[in-house]
Design a binder for this molecule. Structure first.
Ligand SMILES: [Zn+2]
Length: 449
């Protein structure tokens, strides 16, 4: 790096406004647009070459046993031969809870082999969310026992998803939780956040397909189901209106962001995130293994890609097709095949909830400085530039896939906290006409049982 002719600009990342093809959304932030014009270096919205990103975020309710749990994960995540056919090679996570009625698959209910399987999948990243501690976890001691078990086995989960009306939930409204109420016997938020939980879901689901872009209501109305889809649209419009009026419960809806900075009722800082179910029947419709084939339609996938949106899809893959003799029925498998085809075409990147949240957090919080001289363009990433609260730092995995438009990929280098990224990928121009470089996106490795 020389000092003679270099120019230097520093900018804050503004993930929602950078690198989008949605012109209107981009123009809402004139500063980012001007900076791009000066330097020609800008962050792309999603990892190259993808135009959208999706996580299938499944609550495990009603999963019958460990075999159904494993078979579903293996089919979705590998290309092995499985009971449901050749695997799809996607990246799909799952949730786990601990204290449940004995007819439900759960950590304490399954056998030693089931518990080893869960530990294996947590360590590989394929179980990425706690789904409360379970219906029967009513005290802090239940939570402590579960967290101790995780930690003794080298497991950590940093995403929390409220379940039904479990008292360990964090939402005090419809989810009836007291997990973050310090006076409650169920209070556990301090030990759970200390364990590593920093992303929480408190019951918010949007019918709007595609987050982290301007909310678009098109596609909710179904000409063949005018009354039901009209109700769904009306409900979503109400949420959007309440959100714009400052209603805290629906704070994520109008900005249409995947995650936002928030806090629990005991004051601890966390991120809250939004899930989506775009089905015309409403957010609680077809959110199961028997229904997901009608959610993952070609039209839905195309629309998400055209909108350049992100999506954490709300579903329950343990709730199976009553006519299917396998965990996933024929229509669900077809839906997942459509996802796999879209990923193979370079349109839609499918990953776990945890990885999508980490990527979005990184986009929001990193800053970068560009130094240009005759020989090279150096992009210096500062992972703590816009850091929120005292949470776990952004990890390197969260930066995988980050893509920067640059006038000359051959001459561009990227450094993270001063350390050069090795294996940087040089990409041809995408539909915007701009070439780019990206930090390699490394797939999770699915374990052998
Ligand atoms: Zn649940």
């Amino acid at each position: 790096m020389t000092t003679g002719t270099q120019t230097k600009t520093t900018r804050k990342s503004n993930a929602g406004a950078i690198g989008l093809s949605s012109q209107a959304y981009m123009q809402s932030n004139a500063a980012s647009r001007d900076e791009m014009a000066v330097e020609g270096v800008a962050m792309r919205h999603w990892p190259y070459p993808y135009r959208a990103m999706l996580a299938v975020c499944s609550d495990l309710d009603e999963t019958p046993d460990r075999n159904a749990y494993w078979d579903t994960a293996e089919f979705l995540n590998t290309t092995r031969s499985t009971p449901m056919g050749d695997g799809l090679g996607l990246e799909v996570g799952n949730t786990i809870y601990f204290d449940m009625a004995t007819d439900q698959f759960a950590y304490w209910n399954t056998d030693d082999a089931g518990r080893s399987m869960v530990q294996l999948l947590i360590r590989s990243g394929h179980i990425d969310c706690l789904h409360s501690f379970g219906d029967l976890a009513t005290t802090r001691e239940h939570a402590q026992r579960a967290l101790d078990e995780l930690e003794q086995n080298g497991c950590r989960l940093d995403v929390w998803i409220d379940h039904a009306q479990a008292i360990s939930n964090f939402d005090g409204g419809i989810m009836m939780g007291e997990g973050d109420v310090t006076s409650s016997p169920a209070y556990h938020a301090n030990i759970t956040v200390k364990h590593g939980v920093q992303y929480v879901w408190r019951g918010r689901v949007s019918s709007v397909l595609g987050q982290d872009v301007r909310p678009q209501l098109g596609g909710i109305l179904s000409p063949t189901h005018p009354i039901a889809s009209g109700k769904t649209l009306a409900k979503e419009l109400t949420k959007q209106m309440l959100s714009r009026m400052g209603n805290e419960k629906y704070a994520l809806h109008a900005p249409n962001r995947i995650l936002k900075q928030s806090s629990l009722r005991d004051g601890q800082a966390v991120y809250e995130f939004l899930r989506c179910n775009p089905h015309w029947g409403g957010v609680s419709s077809h959110e199961t293994a028997w229904g997901i084939g009608d959610v993952l339609t070609q039209r839905m996938i195309n629309q998400l890609v055209e909108r350049n949106g992100g999506c954490i899809l709300y579903t329950h893959l343990g709730k199976s097709d009553p006519n299917a003799d396998m965990p996933l029925g024929a229509t669900a498998i077809e839906g997942f095949r459509r996802l796999a085809a879209s990923q193979a075409d370079g349109d839609l990147l499918v990953t776990t909830t945890r990885r999508l949240l980490g990527y979005c957090r990184a986009k929001n919080e990193i800053g970068f400085t560009t130094i240009r001289n005759d020989d090279s363009i150096v992009i210096d990433i500062d992972t703590a530039r816009n850091r929120y609260a005292d949470l776990t730092p952004i990890i390197e995995r969260d930066l995988e896939g980050l893509t920067f438009y640059t006038p000359d990929p051959q001459l561009t280098r990227v450094r993270i906290e001063g350390e050069e990224v090795t294996g940087l990928l040089q990409n041809a121009a995408d539909a915007s006409g701009r070439a780019s470089v990206s930090i390699p996106w490394i797939r999770l490795e699915f374990p052998e049982r």
